[in-house]
Design a protein around this ligand. Structure first.
Ligand code: NAD
Length: 337
């Protein structure tokens, strides 16, 4: 059965890593009918709109998208196109897995899935300046919104993910010792949800600053993490650094009515047009998409081919210390398939 999926190549390095990923999935025999659409600067160029209706309509129809990184045009009224897409489809859980794939790295045994709340917290977009005397920007206020509803559904998602994927432990990361109301509500709600899974999935709590240190000292002690929006953004980049950097960090944005799969990294303007970006993160995001649509066998095969190529170490992109182009790296992964 062919699955229709919206494909958004994106900006900067997006089109080249997307083309590489599509080529790889085709070589793996994936049954996907891509509906290619634009967003970000490419959306502005084609339709004068960074989130064109045609793209939204396509995602509404397919409920699935693979998306390259997007540049947010200045002055279009959006903080971030990617954040706007997550909000439009209420994609409340951002799943960011990371595990050691490169040999001889600093850490050998990292295997962590971080689940980040994707719609609330300090990314709610409620900000303003406060005028004092003549200075219109004398102070600034950013409001963090945490709701019991939003906290409960993301923590429950994390526990359900743990049950489905055989994960043993969830660490809830917070800062409730200082932000007693907003972070306190997230923590209280998390404890309440955890009781429903008692005896099935272990539950522990960590304050975010201690967590940052613990992740560097002993990342192998952590299995799954669930946390609020900003902490999840920061810690997931930290964790990607433990396993080889942004070039290998995928993410899935999951909601009730859809899912968007993407690389965690941005458009890498310094590499755009040079054909040297690492497509690994988007390939891993595509593996998450394959798993999501139930094609576990093919997801495993593509992932193993990527790992084989990384372990062989002969054809690596520059971010991983090699000299290969995006195309050469992709050819090597296809050969490993
Ligand atoms: P970035 O992730 O684009 O780049 C950070 C560093 O990582 C750069 O040195 C870059 O060369 C490197 N890098 C990133 N992806 C790589 C890859 N696949 N292969 C090799 N090296 C890679 O972050 P930035 O520079 O802060 O942001 C650039 C633009 O991307 C901004 O416009 C930002 O808004 C946007 N952005 C978009 C998303 C998204 O759409 N999900 C996420 C983050 C940033």
């Amino acid at each position: 059965m062919t699955t229709p999926v919206t494909l958004i190549p994106g900006d900067g390095i997006g089109p080249s890593i997307t083309a590489a990923t599509v080529r790889l999935l085709k070589a793996a025999g994936a049954s996907i009918a891509w509906d290619e659409q634009v967003a970000g600067m490419a959306g502005v160029a084609r339709y004068g709109d960074p989130i064109p209706d045609a793209t939204l309509d396509s995602i509404k129809r397919t409920r699935l998208a693979l998306k390259g990184p997007l540049e947010t045009p200045v002055g279009e009224g959006y903080r971030s196109i990617t954040v706007a897409l997550r909000k439009t489809f209420d994609l409340y859980a951002n799943v960011r897995p990371a595990h050691t794939m490169l040999p001889n790295g600093r850490y050998t045994n990292v295997n962590i899935v971080l689940v980040r709340e994707n719609t609330e917290g300090l990314y709610s977009g409620i900000e303003h300046y406060v005028r004092v005397g003549d200075d219109p920007h004398a102070a600034a206020e950013s409001i963090a919104i945490i709701t019991r509803f939003g906290s409960e559904r993301v923590v429950r998602y994390a526990f359900e993910y743990a049950m489905k994927h055989g994960r043993k432990k969830i660490t809830l990361v917070h800062k409730a010792n200082i932000l007693k109301y907003s972070q306190g509500l997230f923590l209280d709600t998390g404890r309440m949800v955890a009781r429903d899974y008692s005896g099935k999935v272990e539950f522990e709590e960590r304050i975010v600053d201690a967590m940052a240190m613990n992740l560097v000292l002993a990342p192998e002690k952590f299995d799954m993490i669930v946390t609020t929006n900003l902490f999840g953004d920061i810690l997931s980049d930290q964790i990607s650094g433990l396993v080889g950097g942004l070039g290998l960090a995928p993410g899935a944005n999951i909601g009730v009515n859809g899912a968007i799969f993407e690389a965690v990294h941005g458009t890498a303007p310094d590499l755009a047009g040079k054909g040297v970006a690492n497509p690994g993160a988007l390939v891993l995001a595509a593996c998450m998409l394959l798993e999501h649509i139930g094609d576990l066998e093919r997801a495993g095969r593509v992932r193993r081919a990527l790992e084989t190529t990384l372990t062989a170490g002969k054809t690596l992109t520059r971010d991983l210390g090699g000299k290969a182009s995006t195309e050469e790296f992709t050819d090597a992964v296809i050969a490993a398939l």
